[in-house]
Design a protein around this ligand. Structure first.
Ligand SMILES: Nc1ncnc2c1ncn2[C@@H]1O[C@H](COP(=O)(O)OP(=O)(O)OP(=O)(O)O)[C@@H](O)[C@H]1O
Length: 324
């Protein structure tokens, strides 16, 4: 990330204790506009506490947070929070408000016109695969967990805040719903230009969504870097062990056909032109082993055996490169 761009969020040497328990210790990071940072780590490591410091639901004992260059202590919490959507696992929809009324809460507070709010609500519900003619007038108890999560996300996006904070937003969902909502989330245009901080303890989720991951243990930063850096260049034994159980799956999701191209004669030198360069090995593998994949098998100029051989070679190269 170019250092010349002013960070949207800058956290400097944050500390928080509860009694004798140091929950967040000396945590610093800076986020560029449009970046997605995932706070990852085992249960109780301080992720939620750190996230809540950003919108002043928790005040740090020491350290500072700047949002758009301004110390948050000099901003009124309500004002600060209007610039930051906030989505939590328990969703927290108002039970006696319809879906549309729930989504309209913040835009109404901001004094937006009824027509503008209705237009935005319709657009968001459509984008989130909840046709407004069917869902706008329903109450939260009439929706499934996954639908409630989508409404929670629509509510956070309604006033178009430049920053979105998410605390285990998909945590209560079954794995299949979770994976499909995550895919929708990743592809949502609405989010593409927003600065996002997301808490999860799910490693796959972190790798799918993060530009960078802040891996915490016992309140301390173990490593801050891209998924690829954490995977191939772990800063310490904790980082290495944290990903050990899912290492192969993460490697499949992290390496792309651009990485494999030197070892695939049919792609060498033309990965970019083929449009396949950003495809992950995982996606290519799925397409080649599953006739219902997004792409027909025939669009891949190699077979499964060639893909796997190239993956092995690319891995060796990647691991050797980081050792030096
Ligand atoms: N208000 C509080 N008073 C006392 N202790 C607290 C308070 N809030 C959090 N803690 C403690 O701080 C530690 C970090 O909590 P936090 O919720 O930030 O962790 P987390 O990484 O988000 O965990 P999880 O993944 O389980 O949600 C925990 O040991 C928790 O018990």
């Amino acid at each position: 990330m170019p250092e010349s761009v002013a960070p949207v969020i800058r956290a400097t040497q944050l500390h928080k204790r509860y009694g004798a328990h140091a929950v967040v210790q000396n945590v610093s990071f800076a986020l560029q506009p449009g970046e997605t940072l995932v706070l990852l780590g085992p249960s109780g490591c301080g992720k939620t506490t750190l996230l809540k410091m950003l919108n002043r639901l928790v005040e740090p004992d020491a350290g500072s947070i700047e949002v758009n260059g301004q110390d948050v202590r000099h901003q009124r919490p309500e004002q600060l929070r209007r610039g930051m959507g906030y989505v939590i696992q328990q969703v927290g929809l108002l039970p006696h408000y319809t879906v549309a009324e729930n989504i309209a809460v913040v835009p109404r507070l901001l004094g937006q016109s009824a027509a503008a709010i209705a237009h935005r609500t319709q657009a968001l519900l459509t984008r989130l695969h909840l046709p407004p003619e069917r869902y706008a007038g329903q109450y939260p108890h009439q929706l499934s967990g996954g639908q409630q999560q989508r409404v929670g996300l629509a509510r956070a996006l309604a006033a178009d805040p430049p920053i979105i904070l998410l605390d285990e937003p998909f945590g209560a969902l079954d794995p299949i719903t979770r994976a499909s909502i995550r895919r929708e989330f990743r592809e949502l245009d609405e989010l593409r230009h927003k600065t996002v901080v997301l808490v999860t303890h799910d490693v796959t989720e972190a790798f799918e969504l993060a530009d960078r991951i802040l891996l915490l243990n016992a309140g301390q930063v173990q490593q801050l870097g891209t998924p690829r850096e954490l995977l191939f260049q772990p800063a310490n034994a904790f980082v290495r062990h944290f990903f050990a159980a899912e290492r192969l799956a993460l490697q499949l999701r992290t390496l792309t056909l651009a990485d494999l191209a030197p070892f695939l004669p049919s792609l060498a030198g033309k990965a970019a032109a083929s449009g396949l360069a950003p495809t992950t090995v995982q996606d290519a593998l799925e397409a080649l082993t599953n006739a219902d994949g997004n792409f027909p098998k025939s669009s891949y100029p190699f077979d499964l055996a060639q893909l796997m051989a190239a993956f092995g070679q690319a891995l060796q190269r990647e691991e050797a490169a980081w050792k030096h």
